[in-house]
Each structure stands twice: as C-alpha cells, then as structure tokens.
Write a protein that binds this ligand. Structure first.
Ligand code: ZN
Length: 293
C-alpha cells in the first residue's frame, strides 16, 4: 500500500483558551511546530496566520513571513489557508496572497485549497440549543472555483480539494471532466463533529458515505479531517483503507490525550500507521504520490 501522507493542521482559528495552550499563533511558533511535526512524520503543514492575541491575520506579509520561515527551516510541504469565512470577497482577493507568494521561490507554498462548494459555518451550541451566529456562509461559487482552478494551476501549485458533503465530490468529478483539475486529485473529506453541522459526522458511517461516492475510474488520493472532533477513532480505518491523515490542534484540542502538542499528535499517528504496517511518506515521497512539480 502507498505510504501514508500525514498533514499537520496546526492552528486553524482554535484559541488556546479553548483547551490547549500549545496552539501556535506567531510566524515563529508556526515555523517551530512545522520543523517538529516534520520530524514526527508530517509531510504537509497547514496553517492560518494569526495575530499575537490569536485573532485572524489576513495580511499577505504575515503569510509570506510564515512560509519563508518554514521553508528556510524544513522541507515540509506548505499549505496555507485562504481564510475560511470569506462571505462576499471576490475570487481574486481570496487567492491574492497565495499567487503573490508563489512568485518568490523562497516563500512559495506548495498547495492552495479549493473547497468545492458552499456551506453554512455558523457554530451550533447543542447544550444551549442555539446557533451562535446566523449568517456565516463559506461561499465558493462555480465561477470562483473555476478561477481558482485556472490560477492555482498556472502558479504551479497543487490544488488541495476539500469535500464537506457528497455534492462537493461531484463538483470534483465535474472539474476533472472539464479538464480544470489534474489527476491524481488530492481530496480532503472534511468531517465536522460537534459545533459545525455542514459536513458529514466524524464517524465511520460519515466517512463511508464519502468513500461510497468517490468517482470511479479517477485517480484520487484522499485524506480525512475531523473538524471539531477526535480523529483517532477513525485513524485505523483510514490507514487500512489507503487514505491519508490530516490532523492537529487546529481541529480539536484533544483533552483526552492531556493537552498534547501538534508534534505529539503527529508522532502518535505515525506510530499507529507503522503498527498497522503502513510506512510514512516524507515530503519528497508525498510529492511523488501526488505527482507535484
Ligand atoms: Zn484551515
């Protein structure tokens, strides 16, 4: 079986006070985590730029500084976010910082994300029986996705495709049919536990529904995120079925594991994979599996 690609999702917009003090915020902290996660077995590093107080940072400079620090210190492949609640930003503005960085080899990321549809991202509080907001939409129109596909390819980056539900995967197939995406496609199933209700639940059934609708006859390497929940309960099944793993403190604080660091989480996945007979891909091997430039 193919080697396992482990992606470290180090921070998203997780706050330290949500249960784990090891969430990296600053470019230095993110770069340090990148180096340690690479040593622990990660081939890809996904991050969101953050301000010193942890709030979202949208400045291109902060993204460029972070990617520059990571690339100077490690060969780990870099996957920055486009920022998740984009509401009515035009497609050009959302991709600007990635295309800008791609022009300079020392600051160029390797992936750019494309969530292949739109979804409500209001947080639901089950105890209080209410949504915390009522109008947050992660909006990705067909036109926006077409723009992303063309420009990400032209910049020489690998599209990191994200599927929240089966309809998103059908879009992937359509984009492959239209020649807008290349094979093998790298496709992330974003399961959502607890607060977000827009994805499949973080259960074996939630994952299986995605797998049941993978387009036939297409080369697709798939990975799994459990946003808001513990991914370890699914990791064995994912590893055994040939999928890849995307995990980190950005998605879940892992209180069950006693406030682990990101590298500790990655090491645990790597150990589990080896116990199940699956080797871990280096960044170079991940590039070969995904046939990247
Ligand atoms: Zn993210």
């Amino acid at each position: 079986m193919r080697k396992l690609i482990i992606e470290a999702r180090v921070n998203e917009y997780m706050m330290r006070e949500q249960g784990n003090p090891h969430v990296p915020y600053s470019p230095d902290e993110i770069a340090r985590d990148a180096v340690a996660c690479r040593e622990a077995g990660a081939a890809i590093l996904h991050f969101h730029a953050r301000k010193p107080d942890g709030s979202p940072e949208h400045a291109i400079e902060s993204y460029a500084e972070t990617v520059g620090l990571i690339r100077a210190a490690s060969d780990i492949l870099v996957h920055p976010t486009l920022g998740y609640v984009t509401l009515d930003q035009p497609a050009e503005r959302r991709l600007d910082h990635v295309l800008d960085m791609a022009k300079d080899a020392s600051k160029a990321p390797h992936f750019a994300p494309m969530d292949m549809g739109s979804v409500n991202v209001d947080r639901y509080n089950a105890q209080a029986r209410r949504f915390e907001t009522s109008d947050l939409i992660y909006k990705n129109s067909t036109g926006t996705l077409t723009y992303f596909a063309r420009h990400i390819r032209a910049a020489g980056l690998k599209p990191y495709l994200v599927s929240w539900t089966i309809g998103f995967t059908r879009y992937v197939e359509a984009f492959l049919d239209m020649g807008l995406l290349d094979e093998p496609a790298y496709l992330c199933f974003c399961l959502t536990d607890n607060t977000f209700l827009g994805g499949h639940p973080g259960t074996l059934k939630g994952l299986q529904a995605h797998l049941d609708f993978l387009p036939e006859g297409r080369q697709i390497e798939w990975t799994v995120v459990n946003f808001g929940g513990n991914l370890f309960s699914l990791a064995g099944a994912i590893i055994a079925q040939g999928g890849h793993i995307s995990i980190g403190l950005g998605d879940y604080a892992y209180p069950e594991l006693g406030q682990p660091t990101n590298p500790q989480i990655i090491r645990r996945i790597a150990e589990m994979a080896r116990e199940l007979g699956r080797e871990i891909a280096t960044p170079e091997e991940a590039r070969a599996i995904l046939r990247m430039n």
